[in-house]
Structures are given as structure tokens and as C-alpha cells.
Design a protein around this ligand. Sequence first.
Ligand SMILES: [Zn+2]
Length: 199
Amino acid sequence: MQCVASAITREVGGDWEVVVFQDDSLNAFALPGNKIGVHTGLVRLVDNQDQLATVIGHEIAHVLSNHSSERMSQEYAVKQSMSLIQALGAPQSALGQTAMGLLGVGAQYGVLLPYSRLHESEADLYGLKLMARAGFDPRQSIRLWQKMEQAGKGQQPPEFLSTHPSHDTRIEDLQKEMPEAMALRQQAIASGKRPNCQK
Ligand SMILES: [Zn+2]
């Protein structure tokens, strides 16, 4: 996780905090202040570093595009984050403290609301370029979203699936961008960026 995250954040600069949350759901989130959270359920789902890079690139893209600050209703967001904190169960633990800290920031900005479809599409395409620039294989993004869709059936929709127009549109959009993303990856590899993160 740290290996993948630092390869991507190196491309964009700045200090980033990436935290893994003990939670079986297929979810990840981004908060203002360069903070990213990924649930263990999602870490378990991915087959390789390139699929995890898809997730992290997507979340970093949300942060860099300031999507959170464009979300609505702060009051509603605070309620959501309070129930999330309760759901975490052990607020006195180190992980609980980290979660509370992250959610405190989240509540302030209303980041726990779903993103719009437009923001999801933007994050997909921007995230694809980011991971390719870091030397990860952008083709794995398509496999990741396919796996997410299959695994997400019958569950509460995770961040990635809740507001997106349709799964097929997401894949089509990514395929359109793939030649450019592959060119970025070739450049990255030629300049010595060859991430080798093991699960
Ligand atoms: Zn998203």
C-alpha cells in the first residue's frame, strides 16, 4: 500500500497520508489535506500493484481536483460521519483515533457525501494518467473495475459504484484514454520508473 501510494504521490508532490482501515467493505475515500483511506476489503480484492494503483490514483485525483469542497450539505455530512465513527466501534484504539481525526476533517468539509457522476468520471481519467505516469499498467484499471462490480453485487454500493452512470460507460471511457495512458507508462518506464510493490 505504501509502496504504491508513494510511487504515485511522487508524481504529484506534497505530503500525503495513506491509511488502511480494518473494514471488509470495498471502499476507499479521500479527504482534503492530502489524506487517503483504503479499507482492507478492497486491499484484499486487488490482484496486483496496478489494480491498487488504480484505486489510489482515483482517490488522489479527487483530492487534486478539489471535488470534496464542491460537495453539499455540511450538516448531513456531519451526521454521516458520526454514524461512521460509531460503526468503527473502538474509538479509543490507535486506528480509531486516526479514523476520528480523518473523519473530523471529513465532517468539516462534507466529504463523506457521494461524489457526482461527473466527478467520478474525472477521477477515473485523471487517476488513470497518474498511475500510468508512475509506471503502473493502466490496462489493469479495467480489470479492477470489473472485479469491483462483480464483488460489489448485493452490497451497499461503495464510493466507486454509488453514483457512476453505468459500469459499461466507465470501461468505455477508460478504453478511449488507454492509448494516451499507455504512452505515459512507456515514458515512465523509459525514465526508470518501474514500481515493484508486492502484496
Ligand atoms: Zn470516486
